[in-house]
Write a protein that binds this ligand. Structure first.
Ligand SMILES: [Zn+2]
Length: 105
C-alpha cells in the first residue's frame, strides 16, 4: 500500500545563539513563542543579535544560514500557531531571518 503520510519532522535547532557576551548579561536570543529578543524586545534577530551572529559564525556563512533557516522554520511553527489568520508572510520571515545574513557588511 502506498501512503502519502509523512512522519512529523523533528524540531529545529535550539535558539541558543548568539551567546551572552558576559556573566549576568541577558543574551540577544529569542523569547518563544513571540520571537522577540529577550534582551531588548525587538523582533528577533535584533540588530545586536545580527552583529553577534556574524561574529560567532565568522567565516562560516553556510553554518549561519543553516542555523537561521532552522530557526525561521521554528518561528513559523510558533507564529502561525499564535496568529493562524494574520501571521507574518513567509517572504517577510525570509527577509527577517535569512536575507540579511547574505548581505555584505
Ligand atoms: Zn536584542
Amino acid at each position: 500500500m502506498i501512503t502519502t503520510r509523512l512522519s512529523a519532522p523533528n524540531r529545529g535547532p535550539r535558539p541558543e545563539r548568539p551567546h551572552a557576551t558576559g556573566a549576568g548579561v541577558v543574551p540577544h536570543t529569542p523569547l518563544r513563542p513571540m520571537w522577540c529578543c529577550r534582551a531588548d524586545g525587538q523582533p528577533w534577530p535584533c540588530g545586536e543579535a545580527r552583529l553577534l551572529l556574524r561574529v560567532e559564525y565568522d567565516g562560516n556563512l553556510a553554518g549561519l544560514s543553516i542555523y537561521l533557516a532552522g530557526l525561521m522554520y521554528e518561528a513559523m511553527r510558533d507564529l502561525y500557531h499564535l496568529n493562524p489568520h494574520d501571521g507574518p508572510e513567509p517572504a517577510a520571515l525570509f527577509t527577517r531571518f535569512i536575507a540579511w545574513s547574505r548581505r555584505a557588511g
